[in-house]
Design a protein around this ligand. Structure first.
Ligand SMILES: C[S@@+](CC[C@H](N)C(=O)[O-])C[C@H]1O[C@@H](n2cnc3c(N)ncnc32)[C@H](O)[C@@H]1O
Ligand code: SF4
Length: 459
């Protein structure tokens, strides 16, 4: 893919990431524990009826200097034990509010490093969930792993605990790049770890995470890592753009001294990886995710059935309202978003008092639900048929377009730049338009014009 640098400058303006709608900076601390309880009860009567659980394990053996996640340096064994006891307590509290007739479509463990703790803890949490609800067919039970701490015995324990999707954080195969960011390489050859998972069950799926924009990376060095990944042939692969937010993550400041690649270099790394992966038969999902054509995500993309949440892409079949446990985790329910406290101490104390450790949240109005659907359809499927969306909310197309401030005069410049094709009936985002997808969907966000919130630039 070729991109005109002038086009990049033109669209490099502040816009939300739209991982949630309303965006995360609308979450507010006026949202209280009792509001969350009411939201949980209401979620039982809302769509989708499937349940997804997110479990946050914040601990890591060491903190990578680039890390932007809610991660904490590993504590003592008793601290981990107390944390897991609190997670199980919070889960039990939550399970009591959820209709037991509903089914689970997804469980996702993120962090931090979920595989930094004993696998028996993960099994204990999964068992509470499995004993409380039935699963849909082929439910996704996923875990993010740092391969520096993986052994075959540990993977066997994960299989036994019910996991069937494994995401390995590679970031880069170049050990010098990893060393510079305070990260250890995989303990075992990554190709052997992937084969081990696939041999255990061909239906198990593996994802590899990479980051571009780290000190020491060049276009050719990053291409070498991607070429190696292509040889390993995981089902899915992600190339994250390094998000540099030192005002928020102090430890990232050290990377500036090591010398970060320029914005131009970063773009070239992204584009080179994109071309390599597409040439190797991968299909581009969203902006930075890739999947093999036989993967369920690609089939869903072809049928305009992709969906996503804070944990990444999924299909409408496996989409559930997300019930999140653990510090800093965010529940994503039809009627609102609620984030837990980030402090482990406050988390354990609150849960042990029988309360949900709510830090902030936001309710989603009926109008915002419609706007959220429009934004999600475009962000995931890059296509929207206005009558289909209007039908799903039992409204007419004219009212729908009025609600999202649809304006052809705003869309025409995107069309002229080759980013979209549109008619009165539908709108489609082109391959080039995918690079500017946040700018395009922002034009259907009526709240953005009168917002006083600040966002990062789109590029
Ligand atoms: C919770 S970590 C994955 C599991 C495990 N902790 C690990 O590092 O392998 C989630 C992913 O977020 C990505 N990530 C972390 N910090 C980032 C940053 N500042 N910018 C972009 N991606 C980042 C990394 O690719 C990482 O694999
Ligand atoms: S990237 Fe993963 S292992 Fe490194 S600090 Fe962040 S969460 Fe921990």
């Amino acid at each position: 893919m070729k991109i005109d640098k002038q086009l990049l400058q033109k669209y490099n303006v502040p816009v939300p990431r739209y991982t949630s709608y309303p965006p995360a900076n609308h979450f507010n601390s006026d949202f209280k524990e009792e509001d969350f309880r009411a939201l949980l009860v209401k979620s039982n009567t809302e769509d989708p009826s499937n349940i997804a659980f997110y479990v946050h394990i914040p601990f890591c053996a060491q903190i990578c200097h680039y890390c932007g996640c809610n991660a904490l340096k590993m504590g003592r064994a008793d601290e981990i034990r107390n944390y897991i006891a609190a997670v199980k307590e919070e889960l039990a509290l939550m399970v009591r509010t959820i209709d037991p007739k509903r089914k689970i479509s997804q469980i996702h463990y993120g962090g931090g490093t979920p595989n930094a703790i004993k696998a028996s803890y993960l099994k204990e949490i999964n068992d509470i969930i499995f004993q409380s609800f039935e699963l849909i067919e082929d439910a996704e039970i996923a875990i993010e792993c740092n391969p520096a701490h993986l052994t075959y015995a540990y993977l066997d324990e994960l299989f036994d605990a019910g996991f069937n999707r494994f995401s390995f954080g590679i970031q880069d195969f170049d050990e010098n790049v990893l060393k510079d960011v305070n990260r250890k390489p995989s303990s075992l050859p990554v190709e052997d770890l992937v084969s081990f998972v696939k041999n255990a069950n061909p239906k198990f799926a593996v994802n590899l995470d990479f980051i571009y924009g780290l000190p020491g990376q060049t276009v050719s060095s990053f291409c070498k890592s991607i070429e190696k990944a292509i040889e390993i042939r995981p089902d899915r692969l992600v190339t994250f753009s390094y998000a540099h937010v030192p005002w928020f993550k102090e430890h990232q400041k050290i990377l500036v001294q090591k010398g970060l690649p320029t914005a131009d270099d970063k773009l070239d790394m992204f584009l080179a990886a994109y071309d390599l992966l597409l040439k190797a038969g991968y299909v581009s999902i969203g902006l930075d995710h890739y999947a093999l054509p036989e993967d369920e995500l690609c089939q869903a993309l072809n049928k305009h059935q992709l969906h996503r949440n804070f944990q990444g892409y999924c299909t409408k079949r496996t989409t559930g309202q997300v019930y999140a446990v653990g510090v800093s985790s965010i529940s994503q329910l039809s009627g609102g978003y609620v984030q837990n406290t980030k402090s482990v101490k406050a988390y354990i104390e609150t849960v042990n008092n029988g309360l949900f450790p709510v830090e902030k949240g936001v309710l989603v109005t009926d109008e915002q639900k419609i706007i959220r659907t429009v934004i999600n359809e475009l962000m995931c499927n890059k296509y929207i048929a206005w009558d289909k969306v209007a039908d799903s909310f039992a409204m007419d197309v004219i009212s729908l377009k009025k609600l999202i401030a649809y304006d052809e005069d705003i869309l025409k410049p995107f069309q002229a730049d080759g980013l979209i094709h549109f008619t009165a009936h539908h709108l489609e985002i082109t391959e080039l338009g995918t690079m500017f997808i946040r700018n395009i969907v922002a034009s259907f966000d009526p709240a953005l014009a009168d917002s006083n919130k600040r966002y990062s630039n789109s590029m």
